[in-house]
Design a protein around this ligand. Structure first.
Ligand SMILES: Nc1ncnc2c1ncn2[C@@H]1O[C@H](COP(=O)(O)OP(=O)(O)OP(=O)(O)O)[C@@H](O)[C@H]1O
Ligand SMILES: [Mg+2]
Length: 320
């Protein structure tokens, strides 16, 4: 792992936004700057971090970790479904096939935790149209993974839980497409859990985005990253849960917890500024996930991410 002093040195060089006129039409998501042109998107994964639908700031090396992990996982699941990736001219950039994105996110969960646990406990987990068994305990594993879809809200709005019945009734996704998408999600998740387990991690839950490109269902966006998934340390899970403690988390939950515990912030009002320490802490967690999953040390240079991307996009002939 990159040592702490270098992560600190990188704090000043993180990528907040990537501006490039000529790359295409810009759509700036919470994390990615997407330039569309001619059926493809140059997708720049910035170092922005968001929680509770607010962009909070940047985390050193975050864009690179997410982009490299997505490529790693896409390769691991390529026999299950086609993905949108065409090339990766820079460690933080993917050129992808533009798809007609399904208007729902396919969230799949192996354990009851987070917002689902809170809703279940409050008797408010009905929106998914699922009959939840009684007497579940926090952080307990489900017998079989459960899909809890959410709507893909427009910018500035919150994603909302939705049931399969409602998705079909509203005609958001055609029945045969939905059937295929959920089957693919189960296979992807099983593969992800199996791989993670072999590396000492639990893939707790994750979110897939899928779309149609050239008449085919493709996996788009990112996959099995610590932004879109929860990861717990497998070795300490049983013991910690038995003691009534939370599992050891290596994902974005760390920053949510910091916001809640240190600042009482859970989405309402103005988020607090991130301290350097919390930015470094999250960078280390993300690198740990990368290293555990890939079995390789994460290394990168200290320096301007923006300048590096420009160099690489020029070399690839994507920018003048
Ligand atoms: N192959 C693709 N074709 C079309 N759209 C895609 C593709 N891959 C990803 N996207 C979309 O590009 C955007 C990626 O940006 P990012 O991940 O930052 O968005 P987000 O903040 O998660 O979502 P939002 O769109 O709500 O801001 C998302 O809206 C995602 O749905
Ligand atoms: Mg996204």
């Amino acid at each position: 792992m990159i040592d702490e002093s270098r992560i600190r040195a990188q704090l000043a060089h993180t990528l907040r936004e990537f501006d490039a006129s000529g790359l295409g039409t810009l759509y700036r998501g919470k994390v990615r700057d997407n330039y569309s042109q001619d059926g493809r998107i140059v997708m720049v994964t910035t170092d922005r971090v968001s929680a509770f639908d607010h962009v909070l700031g940047t985390i050193p090396y975050k864009g690179e970790v997410l982009s490299r992990l997505t490529l790693f996982w896409f390769d691991k699941v390529k026999d299950i479904a086609p993905t949108h990736v065409l090339s990766s001219p820079d460690p933080s950039v993917m050129v992808v096939k533009r798809a007609q994105a399904l208007p729902v996110e396919i969230v799949i969960r192996g354990y009851i935790t987070g917002s689902l646990w809170r809703d279940y406990q409050a008797g408010k987990a009905g929106a998914y149209g699922i009959e939840w068994p009684k007497g579940l305990r926090r952080d307990q594993r489900f017998e079989t993974a459960v899909i809890t879809p959410s709507t893909k809200a427009e910018y500035g709005k919150h994603d909302e839980p939705i049931s399969e019945a409602e998705i079909l009734k509203q005609g958001l996704v055609a029945p045969e497409v939905w059937k295929e998408a959920t089957a693919v999600a189960h296979r992807l998740f099983a593969r992800g859990q199996e791989w993670a387990r072999g590396r000492g991690l639990i893939l707790v839950d994750t979110k897939y985005e899928m779309g149609i490109a050239d008449g085919e269902l493709v996996v788009i966006d990112e996959i099995h990253t610590p932004d879109s998934s929860r990861y717990w340390v497998a070795g300490s899970y049983e013991e910690r849960v038995a003691r009534g403690e939370e599992p050891e988390m290596l994902d974005k939950e760390n920053i949510r917890q910091w916001l809640i515990k240190e600042h009482g912030f859970s989405g309402q009002g103005k988020p607090p500024p991130l301290t350097d320490d919390v930015r470094v802490m999250l960078a280390q967690k993300y690198m740990q996930v990368y290293e555990k999953l890939t079995g390789e040390a994460f290394d990168s240079e200290v320096g301007s991410v923006d300048a590096r991307i420009r160099r690489n996009l020029k070399a690839a002939g994507l920018m003048a």
